[in-house]
Design a protein around this ligand. Structure first.
Ligand code: NAP
Length: 284
């Protein structure tokens, strides 16, 4: 497969004020891409912008910073429009913004459920819609796999494939992202647009701090052995590889691939996760 030369291309990333989004923005700048970053916390975004400028100094990478909430469709459209205006073109978008939530389904209020779908799922579509509309206006040379005219990346999760007790709401948003990613991949490939989902395993970011803020607990983080934690930089490196060689799904590193295999085994033999999770649910 032909590799995409990232130098001089541009990417817009949501949820780039910390964790996976910030690390990916810095890695993309290092690879020579112009980077547009969006999140709600302006101060954190400004710090990430400095690190992107440092990482991309040698390649002439430019950085655009936009404060905004992905639940606001107009803000996501503005991110796409301003990226095109600033960089002259937009090659990729990464719908990465999202948050975790640890609570049993019956304790989860309708408002909490709607909010997590608003951010994790509808926030994804808020970015993807204007981006795909723009990609479709760009010239297409006829081979999406070799020479895409645009690339949509969605940060889903390994929990898209298999949920855990108290992660039903969160996993539902991640499974929804995974399904629309797969559907769009088939719909958009003939039109020259690549679509990929990123499926990180536990990652050391602010994710579990937010879980704790939202629900008062983060049992999953406390009970997950350190071996299963990866760094945001690892996820970022695998994501940049996927921009160079578009793949349908990104599973990060050896531990990511073991997890993928594990989810496949659990699908074939569902009594295995049932045994494990019954014990886990009782223990917590
Ligand atoms: N960490 C993990 O274990 C793990 C595993 C699998 C998948 N993921 C997925 O990875 C993605 C990134 O998470 P992370 O681990 O990097 O956690 P993180 O450090 O908490 O980053 C989340 C990012 O999303 C942004 N964000 C949250 N709500 C937003 C909203 N309404 N509008 C705009 N931006 C918003 C946050 O910025 P502001 O607060 O400044 O808006 C922050 O930049 C998420 O989609 C998450 O589901 C994480």
């Amino acid at each position: 497969m032909t590799q995409v030369n990232l130098r001089g291309r541009s990417i817009a990333i949501t949820g780039a004020s910390s964790g996976i989004g910030a690390a990916t923005a810095i890695a993309c700048a290092r690879a020579g891409m112009h980077v547009a970053i969006m999140a709600r916390r302006a101060g954190k975004l400004a710090e990430v912008a400095i690190r992107c400028r440092e990482a991309g100094a040698a390649t002439g990478s430019k950085v655009l910073v936009m404060e905004g909430d992905v639940a606001d469709a107009a803000a996501c459209k503005r991110l796409v429009d301003e990226s095109v205006a600033t960089f002259g073109m937009l090659y990729a978008v990464y719908a990465n913004a999202g948050y975790g939530f640890e609570k049993s389904m019956v304790e989860t209020s309708e408002q909490e459920l709607r909010r997590i779908f608003e951010v994790n799922f509808f926030g994804t579509m808020n970015l993807v819609r204007p981006a795909v509309e723009y990609f479709m206006s760009r010239p297409f040379e006829g081979d999406a796999r070799r020479r895409p005219r645009g690339h949509v990346l969605i940060c889903s999760s390994c929990l898209a494939k298999m949920t855990l007790p108290r992660y039903g709401a969160y996993s539902a948003t991640k499974a929804a992202q995974s399904h629309i990613g797969r559907a769009m991949r088939h719909e958009l490939e003939p039109k020259g647009i690549a679509v990929s989902t990123v499926n990180p395993i536990s990652t050391s970011s602010e994710f579990f701090d937010t879980v704790r803020q939202n629900t008062g607990v983060a049992n999953l983080a406390m009970h997950t052995p350190g071996f299963w934690f990866q760094t945001p930089e690892k996820v970022a490196r695998c994501t940049v590889d996927c921009l160079v060689r578009p793949e349908p799904e990104v599973w990060t590193g050896v531990r990511g691939r073991i997890t993928r295999l594990g989810t496949a085994v659990c699908t074939l033999l569902p009594f295995l996760p049932d045994l494990m999770f019954r014990k886990m649910a009782r223990a917590r």
